[in-house]
Design a binder for this molecule. Structure first.
Ligand SMILES: CC(C)(COP(=O)(O)OP(=O)(O)OC[C@H]1O[C@@H](n2cnc3c(N)ncnc32)[C@H](O)[C@@H]1OP(=O)(O)O)[C@@H](O)C(=O)NCCC(=O)NCCS
Length: 267
């Protein structure tokens, strides 16, 4: 198996359909199996398993190992990362978001990345949406009618989460303290620090972009220290992947049906 080298500054964004009906647990770690067992519904469990099995298959290519032996560890606030191996190639940074029947996995090299996906559905009421914003964002949002506020909120919320995930601190910092632009234009922000955070992100700006909304899905990407100018978007189909001959599994971004390169986004 050959590792897939990420070019300098490249971001690969993988779309993973979670309702493929192939919930294979064989590559999952003990903690992943334990989490899978904790889901109340079979559908929730299957989606979690498909997401984590796919993440392992995809990252295994970059790290030049196999999915089951990939060592994924947690940072202090819960951000997963690949454990570095002294002999192995430089491991990429990644971020996962799951919403409904889809997951997105963002992968890049040499900088921390965060991604957040929201699929259109119920949103909080107007007061709750405004409460999740900073005072400046609230002023801008106050002029918007309900539909415009809902769209702006989805953009803002995915941006805030993407930034908090890039910084590795998750909800240890309240999203209402993270100021992003509501209009979807690329922006650079400072994320407030969190106690016990292991990452050195405080001195660097976090750059955030929002992809053009597509089929009711809003996705924002954030990267620490390095602006995001393009993202190569790839669709991953787990059941088609499993039916591929192994010679076609050597490069994640290839031309087979399991890795359909949908578009290259200019942000
Ligand atoms: C990550 C978080 C910000 C967003 O979660 P969400 O919107 O519900 O869910 P998403 O699907 O967008 O993201 C979840 C994924 O983010 C990743 N993640 C978890 N914690 C993270 C963190 N601190 N930073 C970045 N990514 C994180 C995981 O890959 C997770 O996937 P999984 O649930 O399949 O394992 C929120 O769940 C959070 O703050 N978690 C931290 C939990 C925590 O503090 N744990 C204590 C450890 S001591």
């Amino acid at each position: 198996m050959r590792p897939n080298r990420l070019a300098d500054g490249a971001v690969h964004l993988w779309w993973i359909n979670l309702d493929t009906g192939l919930a294979d647990t064989s590559a999952l770690s003990m903690p992943e199996l334990e989490r899978a067992r904790g889901f109340r519904t079979e559908r929730g469990r299957a989606r979690y398993v498909v997401a984590h099995a796919a993440v392992r298959e995809i990252l295994a290519h970059y790290a030049d190992t196999d999915a089951a032996s990939l060592s994924i560890v947690s940072q202090p606030h819960g951000k997963p990362c690949l454990a570095a191996t002294p002999a192995g190639p430089t491991v990429p940074a990644f971020s996962l978001s799951r919403s409904g029947d889809w997951a997105v996995l963002a992968v890049t090299q040499d900088s921390e990345i965060g991604v957040d996906l929201e699929i259109d559905g119920s949103v909080p009421d107007r007061a709750a949406m405004l409460a999740a914003l900073t005072p400046n964002e609230r002023d801008a949002a106050a002029m918007l009618d309900d539909d415009a506020l809902t769209s702006a909120f989805r953009v803002a919320w995915t941006r805030k989460e993407a930034c908090l995930k890039a910084a590795g601190i998750g909800f240890a910092v309240d999203p209402s303290e993270v100021e992003v632009s509501l209009d979807g234009a690329p922006c650079s922000i400072r994320v407030p620090s969190a106690p016990g955070a292991s990452l050195v992100y405080g001195s660097l700006p976090v750059h955030v972009v929002t992809l053009a909304p597509n089929q009711g899905r809003t996705v924002s990407l954030a990267r620490v220290g390095v602006p995001i100018t393009t993202a190569q978007v790839v669709q991953f189909d787990m059941s088609r992947y499993h039916s591929l001959p192994s010679r076609h599994k050597t490069n994640p971004i290839n031309k087979s049906g399991a890795f359909k390169c949908a578009e290259s986004l200019q942000s």
